[in-house]
Design a protein around this ligand. Structure first.
Ligand code: GYE
Length: 338
């Protein structure tokens, strides 16, 4: 009993060292691939944490599934969640992070709507000693000490997968004309999915992207922009590459209203692999979707707990994913969780 009491006192003592509000020493930078928190307080894993989550918005099926996964994981682990929906606006996210700092949360989960412009607020979080965990989307900031880790998908690879599928399907066809629905301007998935796709196509001269415009990752805008594409290029369009399924689904409606057959007259490629895409594929209206798995709430909570318990965390953690075609859709649809 006495020994246990001494151990308990020891644990309490070390807890004080990592208290909020103080700037912590720079972590050892000898290993750039990890964030080492071993100087920090130990044994905080069983503690109830207060976690602030600044989410992008509610723009897509993917986002809804991701929000739920994160909320469930945080509350199921017995922690308290402070949630903020940024409504796809950077200024809302900056405000939310400032409010989390003022409330002295233990950790911030942050899914940045765009890649740039968050330096100042992330520096404020660092100065307050609050660790930031990048969720789903990363930032384009040189000082990587402003966040602990980035947990999310490899969007460039998703773009490559879309491109490779297209090359396999239509590689021997002459003069293939593609329209592209981009995600939110300046967001990591829009930039990277474009880059990966173009990287593959650049090696095949029979493909040409004739129109490329943002649909902001929503069905409504996807439909609207596709209508404009059809008005200007009508029967010339062979392929639609949409940076997410919601925009593809909006575009499918536009194509039908225009009097063409989606998946037959125009090949439809989406990204995310949400239920709506499986339904469209099972109905023969969409050809393929590249998976982007949003269900990484439990993985994120694990990283936060490990970090606050003093463990070394990799700077980059990937989410595992695949891709699915029309002929697999009906069989897999009942098993899809998002
Ligand atoms: O693909 C899209 C959502 O950042 C991976 O954001 C996410 C993307 C996802 O709006 O549907």
């Amino acid at each position: 009993m006495i020994l246990m009491f001494i151990l308990f006192l020891g644990a309490c003592g070390s807890d004080d060292a990592g208290g909020g509000g103080t700037t912590v020493d720079e972590p050892d930078t000898t290993d750039e691939a990890t964030t080492d928190n071993s100087d920090e307080a130990e044994a905080t894993t069983s503690e109830k944490l207060v976690i602030g989550f600044s989410q992008v918005g509610a723009e897509s099926e993917w986002r809804t599934a991701n929000t739920k996964s994160m909320q469930d994981a945080i509350t199921d682990a017995g922690h308290e969640l402070k949630f903020s929906d940024g409504q796809q606006k950077q200024e809302n996210q900056i405000k939310a992070i400032r409010s989390f700092i003022a409330q002295k949360v233990d950790a911030i989960v942050f899914s940045p709507v765009v890649e740039t412009g968050f330096e100042t607020v992330l520096q404020e979080a660092k100065d307050a000693g609050i660790p930031v965990f990048l969720s789903d989307r990363s930032v384009d900031i040189e000082d990587d000490s402003l966040w602990v880790t980035f947990l999310g998908s490899d969007f460039v690879e998703e773009g490559r997968k879309a491109g490779n599928w297209l090359v396999e399907e239509l590689g021997d066809q002459e003069d293939v004309k593609i329209v592209e629905l981009q995600g939110t301007v300046g967001s990591a998935p829009a930039i990277d999915r474009k880059e990966g796709f173009e990287e593959v196509l650049s090696e095949h001269s029979n493909f040409e992207i004739i129109k490329s415009q943002t649909g902001d990752f929503t069905r409504a805008k996807g439909k609207e922009v596709m209508e404009a594409f059809l008005r200007s290029d009508g029967d010339n369009i062979d392929v639609l590459y949409a940076h997410n399924d919601d925009m593809a689904i909006g575009a499918i409606q536009a194509i039908e209203e225009y009097g063409l057959k989606p998946a037959e007259d125009i090949v439809i490629i989406g990204v995310d692999a949400v239920k709506g895409a499986f339904e469209a594929m099972a109905a023969g209206k969409m050809n393929v979707t590249v998976e982007c798995n949003p269900l990484f709430g439990p993985q994120m909570v694990g990283l936060i707990e490990d970090y606050l318990a003093g463990e070394e965390i990799p700077k980059r953690v990937a989410v595992e994913e695949s891709m699915y075609t029309m002929d697999q859709a009906a069989e897999l649809l009942p098993t899809r969780q998002y």
